[in-house]
Design a protein around this ligand. Structure first.
Ligand code: 5GP
Ligand code: ZN
Length: 118
């Protein structure tokens, strides 16, 4: 399968590893939008959050477990934001389930952050 993040998991495409276990891989985003910007992905290929079912949903819990571990290990003390973009309207550009972990800056929140103007 021609999937960028599968190739990163396989080591075919280099990445800067932050954390890895049996089920997940975490690496630095190539174009960070915050001082800390990591991607946490399942090692198995799942296209997006729209493909989560009763059979594979345990990976999502595992990813959040990993996020808490990563935050502690990396000294992220003032909070972090986890974002999943699912599908084209949400801006998902890589079609392998991934969660952005953002930290290191006070982040804004509100309608304008999702493009709502009125
Ligand atoms: P999306 O827009 O699909 O939610 O997020 C995809 C993310 O993957 C983007 O933040 C983008 O910068 C990152 N990305 C795309 N290609 C690569 C790559 O080859 N290596 C790394 N480390 N990140 C990538
Ligand atoms: Zn994949």
């Amino acid at each position: 399968m021609d999937c960028l993040f599968c190739k990163i998991v396989d080591g075919e495409i280099p990445s800067t590893k932050v954390y890895e276990d049996e089920y997940v891989y975490c690496f630095k985003d190539i174009a960070p939008i915050a001082p800390i910007h990591y991607l946490i992905i399942p090692k198995v290929h799942i296209t997006s959050a729209a493909d989560i079912t009763a059979d594979n949903s345990s990976i999502v819990a595992h990813i959040f477990e990993a996020a808490a571990k990563i935050a502690k290990a990396e000294g992220i003390e003032n909070g972090f934001r986890i974002i999943n973009n699912c599908g084209d309207d949400a801006g998902q550009t890589v079609k392998h389930l991934h969660f952005h972990l953002l930290a290191g800056v006070k982040m804004g929140w509100g309608p304008e952050s999702i493009g709502k103007t009125e």
